[in-house]
Design a protein around this ligand. Sequence first.
Ligand code: HDE
Length: 729
Amino acid sequence: MPDKPLGKQTHEDAVSTPKTEQLAQHTEDGYGQPLTSNQGLRINNDQDSLKGGERGPTLLEDFLFREKMTHFDHERIPERVVHARGVAAHGVFEAYGNVSHLTKAHFLQPGVQTPVFTRFSTVAGSRGASDLARDVRGFAVKFYTQEGVYDLVGNNMPVFFIQDSIKFPDFVHAVKPEPHNEIPQGASAHDTFYDFISANPESTHMLLWAMSDRALPRSLRMMEGFGVHTFRLVNAEGKWSFVKFHWKPKLGAHSVAWDEAQQISGKDQDFHRRDLWANIEMGNYPEWELGVQVVPEEDEHKFDFDLLDSTKLIPEELVPVQAIGKMTLNRNVDNYFAETEQVAFCLSHIVPGIDFSNDPLLQGRLFSYLDTQLKRLGGPNFHEIPINRSLAPVHNNQRDGHMRQTINKGQVAYGVNQLNDNYPRQAPQSEGGFSTVYERVEGPKIRRRSKSFMDHYSQARLFWNSQSDAEKTHIVKALRFELAHVQVAYLRERTLLQLAQVDHDLASRVAKGLGMEVPTTDGKPLNLGVPADVNPDDYQSGPAKTGTTSSPHLSIAADSPINKGKGSLKTRQIAILATDGADVTGLGDLIKELMEQGAQTAIVATHLGTLKGTDGQEILINWTFQSTSSALFDAVYVAGGGRSVQALKQDADAVRFVNEAFHHCKPLAASAEGVELLQAAAYPGAENILQADGVVTSTDQHTTSIVSKFAEAIKQHRFWSRELQAMPA
Ligand code: HDE
């Protein structure tokens, strides 16, 4: 299968580079060296096993065969139970915030640069699942600081499904493929997920995030990240404040349409992985600002939600996000397994100046990640794997264990010793010794959740209220899709009941698509997650709060704060539809102009090779309608030229290409006869395609005015208004 448009080697490279050089580019390890065993023994035949006679049985003596096969048999390590599918890159974090009064963390002090390794992931699917599943994305950053490794293991959504980590195995079992038939792969649209969701109202807020556009990022480079929990920042005097971490993408936050996501999954299930890889290879390094929301210790109880509850966010209207640094990802991995697969994130990887809070979800994670790494990486020495190694020197009395790499010297392997002058010694705080913040903890030993965690719907409503009309429609459609895949009607009803607590309009729009009525409470409690011997009333959601009713920062519409003023053509993929007989005069200028603004273009035609323009000029074709899809592009341009357009109009795949791009609300442009292809692609309800938002046409060939109008349209990302008009929900 050839590379996709963003691939390292373009079709043009492949055509112009001599065969021998093309092969040499792929020769890395051991180039020019003899083949050896793992012990360095040179091998003279790696093609035949050792046999008793040419046609006889293989001999047990064949140690070379056994070494090779044993290694192969053990090539896989257990995949992550969650976040199995991931992609990662190296980069640098540069701090520039005025934070010394808040934290003593060295890597956060202005001017300090720290190497990072960042792994993005989907949660539910296994390693081979599609990148474009409707799912939460993991956003885990390992900072190799001078004071030790710091891991900020976050997601692309600021809240979570549950409040206490003891429920995590239940939640994960519910969302993962069902145990009897292992269906569906990487999808929440099934009964067990909605069984869990509809019985656990604490999940309702996150459910809306997972049904929103946030769950379908256009690119990993175009999504926000969040530390989710409230952590603490600690300054040199030991004074601490609460903090929430945010990653804000420089390119803005953008998503794709659900129908498009499903098509991408079929056409290129490595879409996000490829996009990240290729853009880093091309020098389009993605960047995020690290921001913090800081709450002084004394303001802990100032909010109408509990800061320790991970199903709640702090609206940016109440506590603004201050930028304190920037992360740039600028180097791809050399080896996926050694780096991306073996990287081990742990919440307990912390540095002085940052500390944990008592959030019960965070506290449980402190146990789970270390435990997971022991299982996945086979023992307690995973910190010695190159990708996990601290850049700060490591000295302690831990010894031995599976796959120990360090060759410790000397006779002392215990603390409090005289033979080694008591080294390695404990470090005072003034020399960077980590010390947990002093906090008085008092209370009965009790298995209970605080009543301050029990408002399950107010912030779900805040999120709903903060969405644009198009985003709301996407949530409604997503829930219709998901619940249509739920077989047991009772679970649909129960989910509608939860939605009705958030907003009646939301529930009734979803219900309409399901051919149902919004049910009224049937006397059953909304929360089935009430422990035995506890008064159920103590675990029911309290009355809805007033407070902030809408927060523009929660939307990713074009005019939302995250996207305002950030429109650009940078890294946008533009398909140019043309085939033999296209009017190529000026097409080169159009392509040049778009590329100068940072876009990438590809010619899509009815056949591969070259196309002959009206003036006899030949242009290299990148893709055919059979080998790519409009779902893989951000915008489409149809070149003029009677013969070319005629051929495209007669090609059902070409017509569908345009039709789908329109359906997915993408910018479209056409010159001269190219306009006819747009008209041929209109579907019922979209007959006025040429007047629709984001459709740019010109009666002349490739004029400068069409380029600038088209560029403006691409900067808008999508024209969801079309969807609202043609496909209301
Ligand atoms: Fe995780 N999570 N998680 N999680 N999580 C894992 O650790 C866990 C949670 C997150 O790219 C596992 O190494 C518990 C919230 C990311 O390697 C495991 C709870 C957030 C990654 C685990 C949570 C996350 C993981 C599986 C409930 C956002 C991928 C493999 C308290 C703040 C890191 C592994 C990577 C991975 C446990 C909830 C983010 C099993 C018990 C909330 C980004 O240890």
